[in-house]
Write a protein that binds this ligand. Structure first.
Ligand code: SAM
Length: 276
């Protein structure tokens, strides 16, 4: 058996009784043309190990392998999928390594080698948490070169949002401070089985070697968290508890104390963090 003559995903799902479970965020992609297209959005995979979270019946996994990934390491929580995934491992000359368990609990680095790209159709219930972890490691640069991730469109818009927009917030700053992020594809609900209620989008994030603007990560995260925690308030109020003379710190950073979080650029947040 090779990747090209594995059975269609509908048959795989029927054979292994993989009826989708909402509690696991299961909306499967069954069109292999589409999953290969998503895999291509991650760029050349031939020299990379790829981390996939939630392979399910393996549609995107097959796309990644067919697009030439050196190896795919896939973490799946639903044991019902393991048999179907084992067939892909066999058909790919063992280029697929599946880890059974919760992606929030497993360190994939025990199983992979640099350079690494992350590509996933993330389960909605853990997607944002995983993204934040990948964007805020203890040391920079992180273990990955790029993240190519599918989210609900609304989350994707928050990741790439610019100052002054409603979607701009903590996620935009964490994603854009040390990375470039863009939406590369939108995917309608009908592409999934079962169809979710909302449109999805693929975001491609590439890491920079250095942050765009200097700042201590923890201080920046604290400032941004507090500022957007009360985003309707003026900064002199939302950041009040961070410094006894916050108005002076803001003025010294070239920021009016009456401004609100969503008006500030990443550079301005970094200046405030440095001045604190
Ligand atoms: N990659 C497949 C596709 O594109 O068709 C399935 C994507 S589906 C949106 C999300 C997958 O993540 C499901 O297979 C689900 O079982 C799995 N999953 C959910 N929570 C998980 C977790 N905490 N750790 C690992 N996998 C998880």
């Amino acid at each position: 058996m090779t990747l090209n003559n594995l059975p269609p995903l509908r048959e795989v799902i029927a054979e292994h009784a993989l009826n989708a479970r909402k509690s696991l965020g299961q909306n499967f992609l069954l069109d292999l043309n589409l999953t290969s297209k998503i895999a291509r959005m991650a760029g050349d995979l031939s020299g990379h190990d790829v981390l996939e979270i939630g392979p399910g019946p393996g549609g995107l996994t097959r796309g990644l392998l067919m697009e030439g990934a050196r190896r795919v390491v896939a973490i799946e929580r639903d044991d019902r999928c393991l048999q179907a995934l084992a067939e892909i491992t066999q058909a790919s000359d063992n280029r697929l390594h599946v880890i059974s368990g919760d992606a929030l609990e497993i360190n994939p680095l025990d199983h992979m080698q640099s350079p690494i790209k992350v590509v996933a159709n993330l389960p909605y219930n853990v997607g944002t948490e995983l993204l934040i972890r990948w964007l805020t490691p203890e040391n920079w640069p992180p273990f990955w070169d790029s993240l190519t991730l599918m989210f609900q469109k609304e989350v994707a818009q928050r990741i790439v949002a610019q100052p002054g927009s409603k979607a701009y917030g903590r996620l935009s700053i964490l994603a854009q401070w040390r990375c470039n992020a863009k939406i590369v594809m939108e995917i309608p609900p009908q592409a999934f089985t079962p169809p979710p209620k909302v449109t999805s989008a693929v975001v491609h994030i590439t890491r920079l070697d250095q942050p765009k603007f200097e700042a201590d990560r923890k201080t920046l995260e604290r400032v941004v968290g507090m500022a957007f925690g009360q985003r309707r308030k003026m900064l002199r109020a939302s950041l009040k508890s961070i410094h006894p003379n916050i108005e002076d710190v803001l003025l010294a950073s070239g920021v009016k104390p009456t401004e609100r979080a969503e008006q500030l650029t990443i550079e301005q947040f970094c200046t405030i963090a440095r001045n604190l």
